[in-house]
Design a protein around this ligand. Structure first.
Ligand code: ADP
Ligand code: MG
Ligand code: ZN
Length: 481
């Protein structure tokens, strides 16, 4: 049997650090980094005799995430202790939620590789505290613990095993990331670990109704490694089955350098967490009003913006998907539009040249150094014929280096388009006299010759001549010949 005879099943457990100012059970800052052990107090360091107090914002943010993903909100919730020993966990238990998570039974819509809509179920969203970090001592003396991250609030979003390919897993995570960014509950910086996923993968023969045995890759924090890890696991598991073996339930570590997974622990050393309600914390009771008030403050979500872009601005599915995948790009689009009222041009600039430059510079959309005023003016300058689109591209490059209004940039650089008829005519006549063959070609009906002549004129004027005027005048002059 081959890979086509198997069905892939994937479920994700996504951890997102919440962007509250303070930690979940004390008033220490949640800010990333800092000198080791400077964002800590006796509570987050688990000193004997200290007591946690739940940060109300954490509940609010988790409820926001639940409402944005169509979850039911648990009005009678609580915190539980999850007991395990690890040196980065000073209490030897993590305060989490067991049987009454704040949110359950939600879903998000994604697209699969064929562009069809698929619904991915969300089993639950619960709140919990992050652990500290172990740093290996640079002098070789072992490991040192940094508790700055201990007590940073997290939500864990657990999906149903509803994904059927690495593409679906990637699209699901991208969708979650964009929702969390839109509702402003997490900065979702994957490189800083604010968004990370445990990826569960299994395979089964097509037609089989029982799920296969899964493996779980822990703490994946880039889209690329998630896709690579899933593909590797699919191949590995199918090989095991094809060789007559059985997939073992294991926790794995994905190694980006070797492109392989390694076993961290198997089912035999699976932990018993001995969950029980935390006696130091009061129950979490949420009134209908409390929930409805949060619902009212939810912004428009990516899915609804997407539909609106297609309907109101005539954008394609693909364009609307790409724009709304990032809150920053989507906001830039809408704010620019409000000034220059040209949806097509605004969309094109954002998705082609701006996205290309972001890629080249390995920058995120939120790092774009200019705003809607700059982009709208750039588009207006092209519309008015003050600059050609070739010059506009140069202005854009400049905007990434030195932000200034585009009108100022073209003035300083002397990039104003030549739209003076006399000047254009001079160039046209000269190019015609130097390219007799192209003139003959044009007369013989070869339209491509016109493009060549315009190109020559552009070259001579360093891209500054007005292309519409060039086109028109070349045709007029050649018709006279
Ligand atoms: P745990 O917390 O021990 O990892 P859960 O039963 O809560 O276990 O499952 C965690 C994740 O694994 C969920 O996202 C779920 O959808 C996914 N999952 C469960 N069974 C499978 C399976 N057979 N194949 C793929 N994913 C699975
Ligand atoms: Mg798990
Ligand atoms: Zn603290």
């Amino acid at each position: 049997m081959s890979r086509e005879d198997y069905e892939v099943v994937i479920g994700l457990e996504v951890h997102a650090e919440l962007s509250t100012k303070t930690k979940i059970f004390c008033s220490c800052p949640t800010e990333f980094g800092g000198e080791p052990n400077t964002h800590c107090c006796p509570i987050c360091m688990a000193m004997p005799g200290t007591l946690p107090v739940l940060n109300e914002k954490v509940v609010e943010y988790a409820v926001r995430a639940g409402l944005a993903t169509g979850c039911e909100i648990e009005q009678n919730s609580k915190n539980d202790r999850k007991n395990y020993f690890y040196p980065d966990l000073p209490k030897a238990y993590q305060i989490s939620q067991f049987d009454r998570p704040l949110c359950k039974k939600g879903s998000v819509e994604i697209e699969n590789e064929k562009g069809e809509k698929v619904t991915i179920g969300i089993t639950r969203i619960h709140i919990e505290e992050d652990a500290g970090k172990l740093n290996h001592d640079e002098f070789g003396g072992g490991s040192l613990v940094d508790l700055n991250r201990a007590g940073v609030p997290l939500i864990e979003i657990v999906s149903e095993p509803d994904m059927r390919s690495s593409v679906e897993a990637e699209n699901y995570l991208r969708k979650l990331k964009s929702i969390l960014e839109y509702i402003e509950v997490s900065d979702c910086k994957m490189q800083e670990g604010s968004l990370r996923a445990d990826v569960n993968v299994s395979v089964r023969k097509k037609g089989e109704t029982k799920l296969g045995t899964r493996t779980e890759m822990k703490n994946m924090n880039s889209f690329r490694s998630i896709v690579r890890g899933i593909e590797y696991e699919i191949d590995r598991q199918i090989d095991v089955i094809e060789d007559g073996g059985k997939v073992e339930q294991e926790t794995l570590r994905w190694d980006d350098v070797s492109g392989k997974t390694f076993s961290m622990r198997d089912k035999e050393d699976a932990q018993d967490y001995r969950y029980f309600p935390d006696p130091d914390l009061v129950a979490i009771r949420l009134s209908d009003d409390y929930i409805e008030n949060i619902r009212k403050t939810l912004p428009e979500l990516p899915e609804s913006r997407r539909e609106r872009y297609i309907k109101d601005y005539n954008l394609s599915q693909r364009e609307a998907n790409l724009l709304t995948a990032s809150k920053y790009l989507s906001n830039l689009f809408e704010n620019t539009l409000a000034i220059c009222n040209n949806p097509k041009a605004t969309c094109n600039w954002i998705l082609s040249d701006i996205s290309r430059i972001l890629n080249e510079k390995e920058m995120e959309p939120n790092e774009i150094p200019f705003d809607e005023n700059h982009l709208a003016e750039l588009i207006t300058l092209i519309e008015k014929g003050t600059i050609s689109s070739a010059i506009a591209k140069k202005v854009l490059e400049e905007l990434f280096e030195n932000v200034n209004m585009p009108s100022k940039i073209i003035e300083q650089k002397g990039w104003v388009q030549i739209s003076d008829e006399g000047a254009i005519k001079e160039v046209v006549m000269q190019v015609l006299s130097e390219n007799a063959q192209s003139v003959a070609d044009f007369k013989a009906g070869k339209d491509r010759a016109l493009g060549f002549l315009v190109g020559q004129a552009m070259k001579q004027t360093k891209g500054k001549a007005n292309p519409q005027m060039l086109n028109k005048m070349f045709v007029e002059e050649m018709n006279k010949m």
